[in-house]
Ligand binder design. Structure first.
Ligand SMILES: Nc1nc2c(c(=O)[nH]1)N[C@H]1C(S)=C(S)[C@@H](COP(=O)(O)O)O[C@H]1N2
Ligand SMILES: [Mo]
Length: 306
C-alpha cells in the first residue's frame, strides 16, 4: 500500500535501523521535507543536534490507542484484530466533492514524503519519529472545501468487535474518537496525513491505514485510523476535551508555560527513558515549531485557548 515517489529513495528503505540511526547527523532540511515548504532554511523545524530518532521498537510498542485498551502495550498486542483492507472514508459537510471513497483512491497520485518530527504527548513524554505521509492540505484540496468550511473534523473507526477497548465498561470515552483542526491549521505545510513510519506501511497500532500528525500539538490531536472527514463552520468536539475540558482543550498546542492541572508541561521525558537515565529535557513552545506556526495564533490568549 506504500506509494513511493520514485525520485526519492529513502534512507529508511535501504538501510538497517543502526545505519539509519547513525545517519541522523546528515539529516538536513531537505530530509525533513522542508525544502518544499518555502520555509527559511534553518527554520526551527529542523531537528536539534541532540534530537536522535527514537528506535522503531519503541515507536511501535509504546502507544496510546484507547480503542485497544489503556495500557501502553495494549495497541501492539491487539491492534492486529482490526481489519484495514478494505478501508473506506466518508467525506461530508461544506465541500464540493463529498461521498464515500476508497482509501486507495484518495491517496492515488499523491506523493508520500518522509518527515522526521518531534512528537510530544500531553502526558509529558516525547519521541522523534521518521513518518511517511502526504501533506494534509493536498488530501483535503481534492474535496474542494467551500469558503464557509472553517474547521475540519476527523473520526476514527468504530468497530467494537475488532477494537476491544471500545466495549470495555471501564471506558468513559464516547466512541468514536473525534478530533478537529481549524482549516488554516489543517492547510499548514507541516500538517501531515501519515501512511507509514520507518519507510514501511503504518502498523495498525500507530493508526493504520492513515492517521494525522500535527507536530506542534499534543499527541491526542493526531487521530488514528480515520474513516470520516467532515468540513464544518463550527469548531468540532474533540474526544479529550469532551472527556475533561478543564484539562484538555481544542487547540492543544504544545506549551511549556501552561501546566496541565495535574502536572507541569515545562519539561518532557524523551524516549527511551529509564529510571537511571530519565532523559528529561525542556519542552519547547509549539514543540520547537514556533517559527513556522506561531503566526496562526497571533492575538490569541494561549492560556485561555489551551
Ligand atoms: N483514535 C485514536 N487516536 C489517537 C489516540 C487514541 O486513543 N485513539 N491517542 C492519541 C494520543 S494521546 C497519542 S499520544 C498518539 C499516540 O500515537 P502513537 O501511538 O503512534 O505514538 O495518538 C493519538 N491518537
Ligand atoms: Mo497523548
Amino acid at each position: 500500500m506504500l506509494i513511493r515517489n520514485p525520485d526519492s529513495i529513502l534512507g529508511s528503505e535501504i538501510t538497517p535501523e543502526s545505519v539509519y540511526q547513525s545517519r541522523r547527523q546528515f539529516m538536513t532540511a531537505g530530509a525533513l521535507g522542508l525544502a518544499s515548504l518555502g520555509l527559511p532554511f534553518g527554520a526551527s523545524a529542523s531537528l536539534q543536534q541532540d534530537d536522535e530518532i527514537t528506535p522503531e521498537n519503541i515507536v511501535t510498542q509504546y502507544n496510546n490507542f484507547y480503542e485497544f485498551g489503556t495500557g501502553k502495550e495494549d495497541p501492539a498486542a491487539y491492534a492486529h484484530e482490526m481489519t484495514i483492507d478494505p478501508w473506506s472514508v466518508e467525506v461530508s459537510g461544506a465541500a464540493n466533492k463529498t461521498g464515500t471513497f476508497a482509501f486507495e483512491d484518495i491517496i492515488k497520485g499523491l506523493d508520500v514524503e518522509e518527515r522526521v518530527y518531534r512528537f510530544r504527548c500531553v502526558e509529558a513524554w516525547s519521541m522523534v519519529v521518521p513518518w511517511m505521509g502526504i501533506p494534509l492540505k493536498d488530501i483535503l484540496a481534492q474535496f474542494e472545501p467551500m469558503g464557509n468550511a472553517k474547521f475540519v473534523e476527523f473520526k476514527t473507526l468504530y468497530r467494537p468487535d475488532e477494537m476491544r477497548g471500545q466495549k470495555g465498561f471501564f471506558s468513559s470515552i464516547d466512541w468514536p474518537y473525534l478530533e478537529g483542526l481549524r482549516m488554516d491549521e489543517a492547510n499548514h505545510p507541516l500538517s501531515l496525513m501519515v501512511t507509514g513510519l520507518y519507510g514501511k506501511d503504518l502498523p495498525n497500532q500507530n493508526g493504520a491505514p492513515w492517521r494525522l500528525m500535527v507536530p506542534w500539538k499534543y499527541g491526542f490531536k493526531s487521530i488514528k485510523s480515520i474513516v470520516s472527514i467532515r468540513f464544518t463552520e463550527r469548531e468540532p468536539i474533540n474526544t479529550w476535551k469532551q472527556l475533561q475540558a478543564s484539562e484538555y482543550g481544542f487547540y492543544a498546542n504544545v506549551n511549556p508555560a501552561v501546566s496541565h492541572p495535574r502536572w507541569s508541561q515545562a519539561s518532557e521525558r524523551r524516549l527511551p527513558s529509564s529510571l537511571f537515565n530519565v532523559n528529561r529535557r525542556p519542552t519547547l513552545p509549539f514543540n520547537g515549531y514556533a517559527d513556522e506556526v506561531a503566526h496562526l495564533y497571533a492575538g490569541m490568549d494561549l492560556r485561555k485557548y489551551y
